[in-house]
Design a protein around this ligand. Structure first.
Ligand code: ADP
Ligand code: MG
Length: 264
């Protein structure tokens, strides 16, 4: 430790902001000596460690900024439980080619069928590929836009949204908006057309979107843009939540009826 070279090296690594190399160089140097490794191999190992932590930190930051409500990965999605969802299409969406092509994706289906889970899983995979993603609910986004509008900073909010590679808008259709709210949402969707991707989840079939966007003309214009280059996945079947709670109930009932059967 008292070696002046070692102290200078530590100071340099600190100044150059290489914290992983600072933490690991001693240990890696000992290993390199033991293996009689070339200088270049040691340097490579050391820089690899720094690059690996930086990559991991960048991914963690992207996931934080994306603001997913819960972290749900695609590998916990049971495709056999929701056979209407084509697994290959979902895995393809997770590979991100559609983001480069500025395409959109719509997940349509009733409550509890796995729309939010899939949207989150795809979003997480894209964060890991270095994409800038943000998850919002439709209601949350409209509130944010309305507040920005009232505080005369709508342009800034729109510019921030515009920098995202993917905007995930969850739960479109659960609430309808005021005319001005619907217009603001329309503006965001229309701005992204052929420039940036959108992933929308909705419990409403397209034919009923007029109730959210108030007015056939705005709805038609919006759907025209949104679905022009779009993967549309329709999720059918029973709610996964409902099925799980029914199963839990059945297990409970089976457990409570067992002892009485045993008495007989
Ligand atoms: P939706 O957004 O369509 O209402 P969610 O994605 O919130 O539904 O799903 C409800 C719950 O059921 C969540 O906890 C989700 O993780 C789970 N779930 C739904 N479908 C599946 C599935 N096929 N495999 C595993 N979990 C699922
Ligand atoms: Mg949901």
């Amino acid at each position: 430790m008292s070696d002046p070279n070692a102290l200078l090296l530590k100071a340099n690594l600190k100044q150059l902001k290489l914290p992983t190399m600072l933490a690991e160089h001693d240990q890696l140097a000992r290993e390199a000596t033991a293996r009689n490794e070339a200088y270049e191999a040691y340097l490579l190992r050391l820089t690899e460690a720094e690059v690996a932590t930086r990559t991991a930190n960048a991914i963690a930051a992207r996931i934080r900024v994306a603001a997913f409500p819960v972290v749900k990965e695609l590998d916990t999605f049971d495709f056999t439980a929701t056979p209407s969802v084509p697994k290959q299409t979902v895995l393809e969406l997770a590979r991100g080619g559609w983001i480069e092509q500025r395409r959109n994706c719509c997940l349509i289906g009733g409550s509890g069928v796995g729309k939010t889970h899939l949207a989150t899983g795809i979003g997480l995979a894209l964060c890991r590929l270095g994409k800038r993603v943000r998850f919002v609910t439709a209601a949350g986004l409209v509130t944010e836009l309305e507040e920005a509008h009232h505080q005369h900073r709508l342009d800034r909010t729109l510019a921030t949204l515009d920098r995202l590679d993917l905007l995930i808008v969850d739960e479109l259709g659960y609430l309808s908006f005021s005319r001005s709210g619907a217009e603001l949402l329309f503006q965001v969707f229309a701005d992204r057309y052929e420039r940036r991707s959108l992933l929308i989840t909705s419990n409403l079939p397209f034919g009923e979107w007029g109730t959210v966007f108030q007015g056939e003309r705005m709805t038609a214009a919006l759907l025209d843009r949104l679905t022009h280059q779009c993967d549309i996945l329709e999720l059918t079947g029973e709610s996964y939540r409902f099925r799980e709670s029914m199963q839990a109930k059945q297990v409970k009932t089976a457990k409570t009826t067992k002892p009485s059967k045993a008495k007989k």
